[in-house]
Design a binder for this molecule. Structure first.
Ligand code: NAD
Length: 353
């Protein structure tokens, strides 16, 4: 066996139907007496319902969590945290809400309980992205890793079918790139393969019936594992491309990942035999790039970058940016092939054509 390094992430995970009902005892476990519940305006009702399970440990609710964790919002929430004498944070929502709890924890060292309601996986990572004056910075520190995560399938039933599909494929992208990461290891390889298999089975079922509880639970399990992958090892070409495309053309995050993933994987898979085999096994196919493309079709996701607003004239600019600031990738970055990859994704063609 090849030598490897594995660093475990210290978090407690409760994965159970109705897990949110245990939030009071989990706050107590962390020594909390005055908890702040963090949500978005959309999910305020879910946040309010936690009061029942928190009893007198509920201190306040802050419902202004915002996409991309703007520092101004964090400062406002820090004001509430100080005024209310908060000693524990509870984030109930997706990556945006969990991002705000992380940003507060970074500045206060308060313990966090994350109750995720999407498949983004931020709850399992020591990563925080923040924006200030339009610029995004990302850092990796254990200070932001939530101490406790409660996975409760009921909270995902309201996630709209379209967002479920693209959020799930976004999570698959974390698992796929973990399989060929520079710092990959056999533990994360095993989790990544299981994550892809869980989503591969669940997402088409959820697209057919968003209330399918068993499929929802499989997807949530996949989200947990894919989050561990993202939090544990480095990412490569696919994430770089999505970052460049999203930032330059203001494209929606999960849809961009869904469109680009089959193409980025087709580019890399012959240089990463283990990843090709693992994704093939997970999706039950001998053409895994094509299977990732078909999964996007099965969940009704947009098929092309053109459809989500990227101009054709942007293909050359995106190619330049993807080649700037070299980074690890299993296959060297070849200008013509990268341009062809982006052009295929722009046109919505199947990968490798
Ligand atoms: P989100 O948190 O932005 O949520 C999108 C919208 O959906 C919000 O209005 C939210 O209230 C609503 N919503 C969430 N769950 C719902 C549900 N079950 N039912 C109905 N509505 C629901 O979306 P996201 O995709 O979870 O998170 C995206 C953000 O998270 C991005 O900013 C991304 O960069 C970040 N992220 C960070 C990490 C990390 O490790 N730091 C990992 C993944 C994503």
């Amino acid at each position: 066996m090849e030598p490897f390094v594995y660093t475990g992430l210290p978090s407690r995970v409760v994965f159970a139907d109705g897990a949110r009902r245990r939030v009071g005892e989990e706050v107590e476990r962390l020594g909390g007496k005055r908890a702040l519940v963090i949500t978005t305006p959309n999910q305020r009702a879910d946040g309010e319902k936690l009061q029942e399970f928190l009893g007198d440990r509920f201190a306040a609710i802050y419902d202004n969590a915002t996409m991309h964790t703007p520092v101004g919002v964090t400062e406002e929430a820090l004001g509430v945290t100080g005024r209310e004498g908060i000693d524990c944070l509870i984030a109930i929502g997706g990556g945006s809400t969990i991002g705000l709890a992380k940003a507060i924890a970074l500045r206060t060292d308060l313990p966090q309980i994350a109750i995720p309601t999407t498949y983004a996986g931020s709850e399992m990572t020591p990563i925080l992205g923040e924006t200030k004056d339009g610029a995004k910075t990302t850092q990796r520190t254990l200070k932001v890793l939530p101490e406790t995560v409660l996975y409760d399938v009921e909270l995902t039933l309201s996630l709209p079918a379209g967002l479920s599909g693209t959020s799930g494929i976004n999570a698959i992208a974390h698992a796929v790139e973990a399989l060929y990461a520079q710092d990959r290891n056999p533990i994360i390889d095993a989790l990544a393969e299981q994550a892809i298999a869980a989503f591969g089975g669940a997402l088409p079922e959820i697209a057919r019936d968003p209330a399918d509880r068993a499929a929802r639970q499989q997807a949530q399990y996949g989200a947990f594992l894919a989050g561990v992958c993202l939090g544990s090892v480095g990412m490569a070409l696919h994430h770089k491309l999505c970052h460049v495309l999203g930032g330059t053309f203001d494209l929606p995050h999960a849809e961009t990942h869904t469109i680009v993933l089959p193409h980025a994987f087709a580019y890399n898979m012959e240089a990463a035999a283990n990843a090709k085999s693992a994704v093939s096994r997970a999706l039950g196919t001998d053409d895994p790039a094509r299977a990732l493309y078909e999964l996007g079709t099965a969940v009704g996701a947009p098929r092309s970058l053109r459809d989500i607003g990227m101009p054709e004239s942007g293909i050359d600019r995106a190619t330049e940016l993807a080649l700037a600031n070299p980074y690890f990738n299993p296959r060297p970055l070849e200008r013509d092939a990268i341009r062809a990859l982006i052009a295929h994704a722009w046109a919505g063609e199947p990968p490798g054509n």
